[in-house]
Design a protein around this ligand. Structure first.
Ligand code: PMP
Length: 369
């Protein structure tokens, strides 16, 4: 049995020789590698989840609310309250993590014979989900400092005429936010080349020094803002992502979503978490302060860092980032090697976790000098 490998099976050509998404899940004392929130959910929220799930459990003989109306209404309220830009139920769609949101968008607007573009390095799943949905992937350029090279990006859009354009702000793994003017310019370029969908991935926006780009949705039906409860809400295990867009986009993704894709348990849990938004957002403030402390300390130790608007920091430079990654791991701290030559990424954890990380990299610096 064991001698049969993926490529021995009649898998689709575009999947041959490819690797799955694979952030290591290692059992080490300090895990700062997947941009999770380090704080367990507060007891009062755990209680509320238990109550809500208990209620939902009685009705598990029935399919869940297929349109997740209560949940989408509360997500719309959260977006309106935090951005000042009014969105309603009809503008919001939810799925199992923003990865599923992205998959549904690509199933709707990408697919065989179509292409998507992203500006790399960026979130690797944009390319992987494109491949998985039969959408051709185009790797767009960035500047040396990892900001988007607007002229080169506009040229790449004009030449390739992609059907979907991904803009990640703040960007993962580099951490930097994209200015609204750049997003607007890319939107215009994408519409001029061929009416195409522009997906702004705001998975980390709550950690940003700047504001959400939600107000840009006004009058732009081909713009989508994607969000998640995995980061700011500290609920990566919940698997709840959502988007805000013109109601026609929400109608369009219904063409590809599986019926009853969001379980009643997921909906109940997400609603409980949204009731505790204020408490959860206080952790965001703590994490932003820790992120800024990481940036300051890394610079003081003598590393380079990329400006960060997220709950993680990209730091370097290393002759061989993977060797350094292993040395940090040997000291009990797991960070992330995203394959960006010379750079690693560390997620802001608790103050104690961050101290452990800083001690490890301080030691490494001493060893090198
Ligand atoms: N977008 C970006 C930029 C991310 O970094 C991630 C997770 N690492 C996601 C989307 C997906 O998050 P989730 O599926 O947990 O919502």
């Amino acid at each position: 049995m064991s001698d049969v490998r993926i490529d021995d099976l009649p898998v689709r050509d575009e999947l041959r020789g490819k690797s799955p998404y694979g952030a290591p899940q290692l059992d080490v004392p300090v895990r700062l590698n997947t941009n999770e929130n380090p704080y367990p959910l507060p007891d009062a929220l755990v209680e509320r989840i238990t109550e809500r799930v208990r209620e939902a459990a009685r009705d598990l003989n029935r399919y869940p609310d297929r349109d997740a109306v209560e949940l989408r209404t509360q997500l719309a309220k959260y977006l309106t309250d935090t951005s000042g830009y009014e969105v309603g139920l009809a503008n919001v769609w939810a799925a199992n993590g923003s990865n599923e949101v992205i998959q549904q968008l690509l199933q709707t607007f990408g697919g065989p014979g179509r292409t998507a573009i992203g500006f790399e390095p960026s979130y690797s799943m944009h390319g992987l989900i494109s491949r998985g949905t039969g959408t051709g992937w185009i790797s767009g350029p960035r500047n040396e400092d990892f900001t988007i090279d607007l002229a080169a990006a506009e040229k790449a859009i004009a030449e390739n005429r992609p059907d979907v354009v991904f803009i990640t702000t703040p960007n993962n793994p580099t951490g930097t936010a994209v200015p609204p003017e750049t997003v607007l310019a890319l939107y215009e370029a994408a519409q001029a080349a061929k009416p195409s969908m522009v997906v702004v991935d705001e998975a980390y926006i709550e950690f940003s020094h700047g504001d959400s780009l939600l107000p840009l949705l006004e009058g732009r039906p081909n713009l989508v803002v994607s969000r998640t409860m995995s980061k700011a809400f500290g609920a990566a295990g919940l698997r709840l992502g959502y988007l805000a867009a013109h109601p026609a986009v929400v109608d369009a993704v219904q063409l590809v979503r599986l019926p009853y894709h969001l379980s009643a348990v997921t909906q109940a849990t997400a609603l409980a978490a949204l009731e505790h938004t204020d408490t959860l957002l206080k952790y965001v403030e703590q994490l932003k302060a820790e992120r800024d402390r990481l940036v300051g300390e890394l610079l003081a130790i003598g590393y380079e860092v990329t400006a960060s608007d997220a709950n993680f920091v990209q730091f370097g430079r290393f002759d061989d980032a993977h060797v350094t990654w292993q040395k940090i791991l040997d000291r009990g701290v797991l960070v992330r090697d995203n394959g960006v030559p010379g750079w690693l990424r560390v997620t802001a954890g608790t103050p104690e976790e961050n101290d452990a990380f800083l001690d490890a990299v301080r030691e490494l610096k001493k060893e090198q000098s």
